[in-house]
Design a protein. Sequence first.
Length: 277
Amino acid sequence: MTKYFDLLGGLDGSDPFDNFSYETMIYYGGMFLVSIVVSVLAFTLVTGLNYKSVIEYEKMPVGEELTMNSIWNSTKKDFGRIMGGMFLLFLTFAIAIFIVVGVFALMAGALSLINDGLMVLPAILAIIVLLVGMAYLYTCFTPFWMIYLRERLGFFDSIKRSFQLIKGNFWSTFLVLLVLLILISVVSLFFNVPIYVYMMIKMMLGIDHDNPNPADMFNFDEFILGLLSAVAIFGRYLLMSVLLVAQAIIYYNLVERNEGEGISGRIDKMGVDLSKY
């Protein structure tokens, strides 16, 4: 117990992380691991719920209402499949990034034998290639999740079909995604405004938030910041839901363009049937 309280810091306000220690590694490692696990689970859940809501809505018989219970049950059923897809996608992108960085690192090493200043060129080229490559892959992978979950294809077959659907429609898809991402990025800034306002008020009032009382584990300041941060996170996930549903609609549009599978019936089902009134 003594080591635990030493880690939290003494009542004199001393920093428990001034000296690098085993306890420090455990603390930061544990916090990092927990944050990664929570983020992956949350992203998987949000992805599943949004795409499954679209898929369940499509399968829903005329006259019936889509319920959260049906969406939740469908998401739970495919949760393992979604997690597996997430892992394989991360692994695929990680390998691609590793190859690009490795190639340019070797190039930088070779150029350094000539002149150290030339090492900057491969670094700049690597950044450009990564940015362009990520934009290209993100666009091509737009219909991946709908193919993976709706058409029930395997991971690599879903990737192959994604590229087939995007072929001939790359620039139109890219521009739609670009506009959506810009709008979402701008709107997401508003969810952080309360945090900035609160911090400015604290600065104006001269409240010392850098040295709070260590004995006060749940002080009001931390509570307010935590609450505002939670609102900002909720807003970001809400906007991410808009993006995911938009990508599902893009998938249907691509299928209609490439294979003639009509989407008009699905659009007609959206909204209220005014003929009943």
